[in-house]
Design a protein around this ligand. Structure first.
Ligand SMILES: C[S@@+](CC[C@H](N)C(=O)[O-])C[C@H]1O[C@@H](n2cnc3c(N)ncnc32)[C@H](O)[C@@H]1O
Length: 220
């Protein structure tokens, strides 16, 4: 059965898990998630003064790391509770509550757009990709990060994660959702084709943790 990605349900789910989100992410990734995110960002040549948009920014990991490079960073997410944590962690970033399928920015506003672990949760993912393309400047770059190949290691992860998560939270629904959304999500190659169909040109793909995580960089 295909997952129900009703935006209201997804919004409520992330509000409910917001307080434990960072901690559980560290547990589920065996402490590697922040390191992998920082490796992904190194694939981009972000300079001081560049304008960068973090879509589905959540508690602000990617936006915070990019801010450290001197860029002007905006983070957008529809969960006010995830954003509250982001605001507490990084005060010098422009945080906005909004839906990434309907971005509140003029065309060609940003040098870079990044999105980590967001697209998989969006029912109208096609619209989110079109909006990403629209707000990027010509030659601007889009970096997308999420789970990658469905290989042997990835299937072990699917089995171990629910057990770990049960140990730390009562809200295990969100994490069974995560496993199913991961199983149903497009492969990195399929994603690249999808991005290309919206006008993007493929630049680079980098895989981490034996390809369990994949990062694709596309150019407008
Ligand atoms: C798995 S979290 C990823 C957070 C962060 N990017 C990270 O890497 O840790 C997914 C985030 O996407 C947000 N989200 C999902 N659908 C969205 C939408 N249509 N518009 C804005 N935010 C959305 C959720 O609220 C949640 O904070």
């Amino acid at each position: 059965m295909t997952l129900d990605k009703n935006p209201e349900k997804i919004h409520t789910m992330f509000n409910l898990i917001s307080e434990k989100y960072d901690f559980i992410n560290d547990v589920m990734s065996f402490g590697t998630q922040k390191f992998i995110k920082s490796c992904c960002i190194k694939n981009l040549d972000i300079k001081s003064g560049d304008s960068v948009l973090d879509l589905c920014c959540g508690t602000g990991d990617l936006a915070g790391m990019i801010k450290n490079r001197g860029a002007n960073v905006t983070g957008i997410d529809f969960s006010e509770k995830m954003l509250d944590i982001a605001k507490d962690r990084f005060s010098d970033i422009c945080w906005l509550q909004g839906d990434v399928t309907n971005l509140p920015f003029p065309d060609e506003s940003f040098d870079y757009v990044v999105m980590g672990f967001g697209l998989r949760n969006i029912r109208n993912a096609e619209k989110a990709i079109e909006e990403t393309y629209r707000v990027l400047k010509p030659n601007g770059k889009f970096m997308h990060i999420d789970f990658g190949e469905k290989n042997f290691l990835s299937s072990i992860y699917d089995k171990v994660t629910p057990l770990l998560v049960k140990f730390f939270t009562e809200n295990s629904f969100a994490y069974s959702y995560l496993i199913q959304s991961k199983r149903e999500f497009l492969s990195p190659d399929e994603l690249i084709k999808d991005f290309e169909s919206k006008g993007f040109k493929f630049q680079k793909r980098k895989d981490y943790l034996f390809s369990v995580i994949s990062c694709q960089i596309m150019k407008k």
